[in-house]
Design a protein around this ligand. Structure first.
Ligand code: ZN
Length: 376
């Protein structure tokens, strides 16, 4: 079997130019109003030269695809002749028939359209550590409503992901800790605001939203501390696809959702119940630590925990960092996730049971982070 030639999508600015030059009319039959497509004259879908592109209606396009038989194929040479003739005719008609003003207006519109596509291409090429720049490209592009909505949806998703990942870090092989996040506090707030706006616009108000999109919106609500809207969104996502619960229990997602609960026990209980997470009991906590596979493991065993309302220090979502020592004892401290400060003085070396009593005095324990989870 011949290998299929790789299709390289025709840049949208070029598409606009090709369609404009042909007046959106098939260059072969020249029937106005028929749906058209852009055809690669040499049949190589990777060759996007302007000279290799012709606007054809579906019928005429079929004629170019005939293989064998009595019917004569519309070959490349003929398409080229028809195309060149038609482009000449279109530009002549524009010059003669229409007033100069109308032509100028058309040319202006084309310029606007091409600029819009170029800006969008820039937005798509912007890496996720500079989404605010991507946003400014999308905002500047003059877009038709349906294109605008799709762009906002994509931007909202990318921004939500960036915010969720901003707190993520990983332990490097040399033992140092590196962060995935790139955004400072100010940019992060801006991202949360924009992500919320775009996702509300495109996910909440469409008739058939997708469970994954709702999950991202729920996380954004979490960081905006909008508990009621967050729970409503989670409910919608679960109704749409029950399997999404698993993703809602992912540590990074969970931290976003917990942010909306504060230290409020009933809110945390409700969230845990909806996403199918049982409250932590002492024996489950101790078992997890005692049976943790420590072979070749050099980090801390981590638990997500929320500060209790009456405990000392700042409120928020914490990581309880536990380092097992020889002879079954552990050493531990707690670290606030938001600013990575160690607020609670290290607990001295204690048994696992004593650690549970000490930690659960100040924290609501949420869940452990399994070995192999790449973040946090
Ligand atoms: Zn045609």
């Amino acid at each position: 079997m011949p290998t299929k030639k790789r299709r390289i999508e025709i840049p949208r600015a070029l598409q606009a130019q090709v369609l404009f030059a042909s007046d959106r009319i098939c260059c072969i039959c020249r029937v106005k109003g028929k749906p058209v497509q852009i055809h690669h004259i040499d049949d190589n879908p990777a060759n996007n030269d302007f000279d290799n592109l012709a606007v054809l209606c579906l019928d005429c396009h079929n004629e170019t695809q005939i293989r064998g038989g009595f019917h004569r194929k519309l070959d490349a040479e003929q398409v080229m002749l028809y195309r060149d003739d038609w482009l000449k005719q279109v530009s002549k008609t524009r010059a003669i028939d229409e007033g100069k003003e109308l032509n100028e207006a058309k040319a202006q519109n084309l310029k606007k359209e091409i600029n819009a596509w170029l800006l969008l291409d820039k937005a798509h090429e912007t890496p996720d550590n500079n989404l605010l720049e991507a946003e400014s490209f999308v905002t500047k592009a003059a877009l038709p409503p349906d294109v605008k909505q799709e762009e906002h949806r994509q931007l909202g998703m990318r921004m939500a992901k960036a915010v969720i990942l901003n707190i993520a870090r990983y332990d490097d092989l040399d033992g140092s800790t590196k962060y995935l996040g790139q955004y400072n506090e100010e940019d992060r707030s801006q991202l949360i605001r924009s992500a919320g706006r775009y996702l509300e616009e495109t996910v909440l108000h469409v008739t058939s939203p997708d469970a994954e999109e709702l999950l991202y919106l729920a996380c954004v609500y979490g960081y905006q501390r909008r508990f009621v809207e967050m729970m409503r969104t989670i409910d919608k996502a679960i109704n749409l696809d029950g399997a999404i619960r698993e993703y809602l229990r992912e540590p990074l997602t969970l931290i976003a959702l917990l942010s909306a609960c504060g230290s409020n026990r009933p809110k945390i209980d409700r969230l845990e119940k909806w996403i199918g997470m049982p409250p932590v009991k002492k024996d489950a906590f101790c078992d997890f630590i005692k049976t943790f596979d420590l072979k070749g493991f050099f980090g801390y065993i981590k638990w997500i925990a929320v500060k209790k309302p009456r405990a000392a220090g700042k409120r928020g979502v914490f990581l309880s960092m536990i380092a097992p020592q020889p002879n079954g004892v552990v050493w531990a401290f707690s670290e606030m996730i938001e600013n990575r400060t160690t607020e609670v003085a290290p607990h001295s070396i204690v048994s696992t049971e004593e650690l549970y009593d000490a930690v659960s005095h100040s924290f609501i324990l949420i869940c452990p982070i399994k070995r192999g989870y790449p973040y946090l």
